[in-house]
Design a protein around this ligand. Sequence first.
Ligand code: C2E
Ligand code: MG
Ligand code: MG
Ligand code: MG
Length: 270
Amino acid sequence: EAKAAGRNAIRFFDPDMQRAVNERAHLEQDLRTAIRDGQLRLYLQSQVDTHCQVIGAEALIRWQHHERGLLSPAAFIPLAEDTGLIIPIGQWVLEQSCQLLAHWATQPDKEHLTLSVNVSVRQFMEPDFVTSILAALDATGAPPNRLKLELTESLLAKDLATVVAKMNDVKRWGVRLSMDDFGTGYSSLSYLRQLPLNQLKIDQSFVRHIVSSDHDAAIADMILSLASHLDLSVVAEGVETHDQRNRLEELGCRQFQGYLFGRPVPVAEW
Ligand code: C2E
Ligand code: MG
Ligand code: MG
Ligand code: MG
């Protein structure tokens, strides 16, 4: 058996695959160091209303890597999720975000702003997730109703009763809940009805061609009317042009986020 397995292992050995495995292990080690040594950065991207007034921001993580420069979440969040490093990373984002909210609360021109924070499924499913949110709010004095957690439809692959109970648990403290990338994932409409959400985010894949594609406009239209019936607010993501923004407004959208209004920038520059 061992001999056969050995032969198979040799037959399937692939230098490219080996390189990928090595790179991954290396990146994981780097990421552990990054968390410890403070190489993570919080960026903010504005969210605006129909008058172009800033109503809040989304917190987006970056990694200032010592050799590779500024890395976007796509380069390390999937690895962080696989390895469990998303837990300390998510905790860091949450603490930074609550500190910021507490700071805004002391400034008359910023006290009304909301801050949206992305939450991974793995993070949400941790037994002490709700406790860690409350601890971060408590430690900083951040107003809970200014904190918005962005969840994704992949949560719906988990036990629905558990997910709903947890959502209700955080909402009880005033924290708001938003469904990110809405329309790209699992959710059936019957699931949506059961989730105690405050907001839907129209994914940028529907916004991109909204001006030229009647299909994409129809999806945005459907999301907006659904949200209005369920009493949810809607933010359109990835808005890059005036035409996209205007089309979305025609369909009833009142909140926007995208390069048209501002790219993600470091907190200090925002
Ligand atoms: P997301 O939450 O859907 O965030 C929106 C992404 O779209 C961001 O990418 C943002 O920079 C980008 N974006 C915003 N406006 C535009 C636009 O007008 N055009 C285009 N083409 N793109 C736009 P980013 O910052 O690279 O983040 C990617 C994803 O990584 C996020 O998608 C989110 O799922 C995840 N992520 C970011 N920060 C965190 C975090 O702190 N924790 C977790 N768990 N995930 C995070
Ligand atoms: Mg998001
Ligand atoms: Mg999104
Ligand atoms: Mg996305």
